[in-house]
Design a binder for this molecule. Structure first.
Ligand SMILES: Nc1nc2c(c(=O)[nH]1)N[C@H]1C(S)=C(S)[C@@H](COP(=O)(O)O)O[C@H]1N2
Ligand SMILES: [Mo]
Length: 362
């Protein structure tokens, strides 16, 4: 940016502290909406839209900020102990924004097993501790002189620009035929590492879950907890051929891809009717041979499927053979693979969040 542009930017910029506090609000919102969009607690469409709008607003705010500090940073005599962190933070945030916009416009350059969305999220998480360090060194409380109608208008104008920029990216993405779901995921296309044996979609494990193949002959499925009668089913006890329930459901991974497949297996509702559930039962927990687990409210679990097949063929090991959970409407990480226990419980299981990160580490 040459000096003249920087001066023009400085002239239209809201006061420094208004810019800085707006950046903090916008970054917090971006991180919050980004993380929440995985959980399914709120409408993903709303969260992803909000995430995009505030992030594009951040682009404008950063231009003001960089124009203001550029001269100071250029002269090394102005540097103090906190400056390297601040410069690194600036670079990381620019990378996060660039990767996010690139993904939103339909780009994807996988790095090993990671999609561009994964890399965007990784840099985003890295920015959090850097931001905290930066704030510790530089935080200034807002003063009353910063609050004026003028600066409120300028800040509001930026938000409007963010909304317009979001509409523009939507338009560009549409002309490029990018089919994203409301979660921001794209259909599998040029993603590497596809397993065609059990349907052409990637085999994905969350962190370190990579068990040896589970032999159907020695595998068994336990239905236990708040049940009238515990069940222990072998592979041969699961429905075969026409007896299988087949549901067309969307597997949507937080790595940013989705696939629509026909899953065949046993309805959890049927399984529970066979065991009989007690009045105490409120949650159903699905546990993998690796310890990985997830729980669904009882009513929702009844509509889920314990799948043994996909696309009319037996699941491959990578996709969770002999049986994996298919949880309609839930994100992929909740679709537990290699299920060996179905537990009826009174309570939810908050520790499951943590377990998904560490299961598989010995
Ligand atoms: N036991 C277990 N189940 C798991 C995972 C895992 O790491 N361990 N990964 C989840 C994630 S993040 C996704 S997106 C889906 C991927 O299913 P796939 O490998 O059949 O594509 O499985 C889910 N089930
Ligand atoms: Mo995933």
């Amino acid at each position: 940016m040459d000096r003249l542009d920087a001066r023009a930017l400085r002239r239209i910029a809201p006061p420094p502290r208004v810019v800085d506090w707006s950046i903090l609000v916008v970054v917090t919102t971006a991180v919050g909406t980004g993380l929440l969009s995985w959980t399914g607690w709120l409408s993903p469409a709303l969260l992803v839209t909000l995430h995009t709008v505030v992030s594009l607003t951040l682009v404008g705010l950063l231009l003001f900020k960089f124009a203001r500090v550029a001269n100071r940073v250029r002269d090394s005599r102005n540097w103090d102990r906190a400056t390297p962190i601040s410069v690194l933070l600036g670079a990381v945030v620019v990378a996060v924004l660039a990767l996010g916009i690139f993904w939103g416009l339909g780009g994807n350059v996988p790095v090993g097993p990671w999609t561009t969305l994964n890399v965007h999220i990784g840099f985003g998480l890295l920015a959090i501790p850097l931001l905290l360090l930066h704030l510790r060194a530089r935080l200034r409380l807002p003063s009353r002189t910063d609050a004026s109608r003028r600066s409120a208008l300028k800040t509001g104008g930026l938000l409007v620009a963010g909304v317009l920029a979001w509409r523009a990216t939507e338009f560009v993405a549409a002309t490029r035929d990018v089919v994203t779901r409301e979660t921001g995921s794209k259909p599998i296309g040029d993603l590497a590492d596809t397993d065609t044996e059990g349907g052409s979609f990637p085999v994905t494990s969350w962190v370190a879950d990579d068990p040896d193949p589970v032999e159907p002959e020695t595998w068994s499925l336990a239905v236990s907890g708040q049940v009238d009668e515990e069940l222990e089913l072998g592979h041969g006890d699961l429905p075969s051929g026409d007896e299988r329930t087949v549901q067309r459901e969307t597997l949507d991974c937080t790595s940013g891809w989705y696939t629509i497949q026909e899953w065949g297996g046993v309805r959890i509702g049927d399984l529970l009717d066979e065991a009989g559930v007690t009045d105490e039962a409120a949650w159903v927990r699905f546990v993998s041979v690796t310890g990985y687990r997830w729980s669904l409210p009882l009513a929702e679990a009844r509509e889920a499927l314990l799948a043994t097949h996909v696309g009319g063929r037996p699941l491959s090991h990578g996709h969770g053979a002999p049986a994996r959970l298919v949880a309609p409407g839930r994100r992929g990480f909740q679709w537990v693979k290699w299920v060996e226990r179905v537990e009826l419980r009174r309570d939810p299981d908050p520790a499951q969040w943590f377990v998904t990160l560490v299961s598989g580490f010995d």
